[in-house]
Ligand binder design. Sequence first.
Ligand SMILES: Nc1ncnc2c1ncn2[C@@H]1O[C@H](COP(=O)(O)OP(=O)(O)O)[C@@H](O)[C@H]1O
Ligand SMILES: [Mg+2]
Length: 223
Amino acid sequence: MIEGIEIVRTFKMGEVQVRALRGVNVKIRRGEFVAIMGPSGSGKTTLLNQLGLLDTPTSGKVVIDETDTSSMSDKEKGKFRLHNLGYVFQDYALLPELDASENVYISLMMQGKTKEECESAAAEILKAVGLGDRLHQLPSKMSGGQQQRVSIARALAHSPRVLFADEPCANLDSQTSREVLDLFKKFNTEKGQTIVMVTHEEWHAAYADRVIRLKDGVVEKRA
Ligand SMILES: Nc1ncnc2c1ncn2[C@@H]1O[C@H](COP(=O)(O)OP(=O)(O)O)[C@@H](O)[C@H]1O
Ligand SMILES: [Mg+2]
């Protein structure tokens, strides 16, 4: 359902060209939970950003459900992301002045849902991530694990085709990481949620169905 075809991404740093991805081919099926691993600087975040339409490849293309996204305008891509994709980041990226419910609610509002739909959907998804009793708490009053669960609720509230997560447990201790990974696994097995997660921990990757290993901007061939 998501296919990256010969993806190349180079960054210009003054005179120097950094070749972050050097021809990556990946295929991720609907309902799969895939981990992307590799050493620091191997291109994991860059690949996730191409597959998640947060960045545009220098060459090559990303096809999502038969839609060749390379022919989309930036506006079309933005709309596609809003309605079809969800993101979880290492640093949670919550709005600090909004409570848990409002953080989820605002992203649903942006998708053009009614107030009633937003309110009930926000409460429902926050319950599903175990925060039913903290709907009106501010992020600053929550632990890292709780904040990450709010961000997961926000990412999943509109039932995206794909959830992208870039090192979602990097700032969490191992017990809290386990809770977050259990949650991913639950949405994957119970709802068939497709998940693409970057991690550098083997035990995190063990939650996934499959691991894609990057090295120096290419997918490592299995030995
Ligand atoms: N915006 C950017 N500008 C310049 N170089 C970048 C940029 N983003 C990533 N890179 C470079 O691309 C390579 C891959 O980076 P990244 O995808 O962040 O790796 P990873 O997530 O595996 O640690 C690194 O050499 C990094 O310095
Ligand atoms: Mg990274």
